[in-house]
Design a protein around this ligand. Structure first.
Ligand code: BES
Ligand code: ZN
Ligand code: MN
Length: 495
């Protein structure tokens, strides 16, 4: 067990965020945002002429903000909306984030929702996501003072009030899911152990209407999960496999299984990582698991009609006298043997057991999500996740969802021409390909365990963490995948 003494106690932040929609701003609003499109005069709403605004550096270009001074009443904020014809939910999410950042000391925000082709409910949810996620800063047990958002009120036409309220209610669920993923990914590995994460799931799942089952070391031995057990060998912390099931009311429209990498801290095992700063981010090597947990807690409230099962594969990856050796052979769930060439290629090992378990139940599609390879970050940077899969329809579902929630993905080829790099002379597979195309060979390894079922792999090694604040992302954990998976689940259809 981890020695508790030096650590702050583990606690998830408790947040209260009030939302509302009405035809006028509430009297307690601290700041009111007005979206002004390129070439539009701000005059009608704020009394400021276009010339005066331009003299102050504001022309309505997307990303610009201008905070107006006034002796009393709420602070008016002009938010540049860019091209009025290009207004989408993605743009609205961004604009709301600009408002939240323009007046960081204001805890009570209001925003005049512009009339657009976007359905009001979707626009309202996106605005809430943008403002609220932009104010997220990881801090253990509470939000930082820079991050507080007490309320968001949307100002809409009388006829749109009900739709806006409905959208805000959905937005609250989505934001809660994304923030949970960020909180969990931000919590250091010594504090959030596999056992602690299992405790979080055990507490949150019943509240969210999910079945939850925790598989401890003994249960994993009985299941023959040699990948997860093997990676756990070096740790004094026990492993945990968390299985969650969401069953919709009525006949499910399809069955989807999600598999998440839950490496609580990735030291590399005996293939120890160097002590550079990147490796201080390896506490987030469970972002895939966190994204699934976050997403699944929102499904019932959002009325998901598919059945969704989640497997979170949790352990840390530590070096020690009992750790897996380079060259060891382990037996995975289902009986395949793997020669462990590199203990730092641990994600694929823990995921494989769950992929096999997923195929053993009735399932229409499997999606896995993992901070799997540094190569994905090299190829696509920190804003785009890599996707690969064996089914174009399912890939399309993921790509469409990614676009809707603005968690971008790009497909890399699942190139079977590289498959031979995983051949081992002494086992069924080795866990390492050649020096190149590391994201592809990692995906090819996973594919060996899905038994031909429709499957998509999402590599979020680059997108799990941001080095800088931008729009609704801040420095630190992004929770990438939580909103994406919610959208996939809500729109899921069997291929
Ligand atoms: N968790 C890492 C991947 C990673 C690297 C995520 C950088 C975020 C930033 C993974 O377990 C790992 O160590 N991958 C190795 C694989 C290699 C040994 C084949 C890598 O990418 O170097
Ligand atoms: Zn890892
Ligand atoms: Mn690793």
């Amino acid at each position: 067990m981890t020695h508790a003494a030096p650590y702050p106690p583990f606690a998830l932040p408790q947040r209260t965020l009030r939302v509302g929609a009405a035809a006028t701003a509430p009297s307690d609003a601290g700041a009111v945002g007005h979206i002004v499109f390129d070439g539009e005069a701000p005059e009608a709403r704020t009394g400021l002429s276009a010339e005066r605004a331009a003299a102050l550096g504001f022309t309505g270009k997307s990303g610009q903000t201008l905070v107006l001074t006034s002796a009393e009443g709420p602070v008016d904020v002009l938010v540049g909306g860019g091209d009025a014809d290009a207004l989408t939910t993605t743009v609205l999410r961004d604009l709301a984030s600009h408002l939240a950042r323009a007046v960081p000391s204001q805890e009570k925000l209001a925003l005049v929702l512009p009339r657009a082709d976007v359905p009001t409910a979707e626009a309202a949810a996106a605005a809430l996501e943008g403002a609220s996620l932009a104010r997220y800063v990881y801090r253990i047990g509470e939000d930082g003072p820079e991050a507080r958002l007490a309320s968001l009120d949307l100002i809409v036409g009388e006829d749109a009030v009900d739709d806006a309220r409905a959208g805000l209610a959905r937005g609250l669920e989505i934001v809660k899911a994304a923030k949970l993923a960020r909180d969990l990914a931000g919590t250091p590995g010594g504090i959030l152990t596999a056992t602690k994460l299992a405790g979080v799931a055990a507490e949150l799942c019943p509240q969210a209407g999910l079945e939850v089952e925790i598989f401890d070391e003994q249960a994993l031995i009985e299941l023959g999960c040699g990948g997860l057990l093997g990676i756990n060998l070096g740790s004094v912390e026990p492993p945990a496999m968390i299985k969650m099931v969401y069953r919709p009311e009525g006949e499910p429209t399809g069955k989807l299984t999600l598999v998440g990498k839950g490496i609580m801290y990735d030291a590399g095992g005996l293939a120890l990582k160097p002590g550079d700063e990147v490796h201080a981010t390896m506490k987030n090597d469970m972002t895939g698991a966190a994204a699934i947990l976050g997403a699944m807690t929102a499904l019932r409230a959002l009325g998901c009609r598919a059945q969704v099962t989640g497997y979170l594969m949790c352990t840390d990856n530590m070096p020690s006298g009992s750790a897996l050796r380079l060259g060891d052979i382990v037996v995975m769930r289902g009986g395949k043997t793997v020669e462990v060439i590199n203990t730092d290629a641990e994600g694929r090992m823990v995921m494989a057991d769950a992929l096999v378990l997923a195929t053993e139940e009735p399932v229409d599609a499997i999606i896995d999500i993992a901070t799997l390879t540094g190569a994905a970050m090299r190829a696509l940077g920190t804003e785009i996740a890599a996707v690969m899969g064996n089914n174009t329809g399912l890939l399309d579902q993921v790509k469409t969802a990614a676009e809707r929630v603005d968690e971008p993905v790009w497909e890399l080829p699942l190139a079977h021409r590289y498959r031979a790099e995983l051949n081992s002379p002494i086992a069924d597979l080795r866990n390492l390909g050649g020096v190149n195309a590391g994201s592809i060979t990692a995906a090819l390894f996973l594919e060996e365990f899905v038994a031909g079922k429709p499957w998509v792999h999402i590599d979020i090694a680059g997108t799990a963490q941001s080095g800088a604040a931008k729009k609704w992302i801040n420095h630190g954990p992004t929770g990438f995948g939580a909103r994406l998976l919610i959208d996939v689940a809500l729109n899921f259809r069997a291929e």
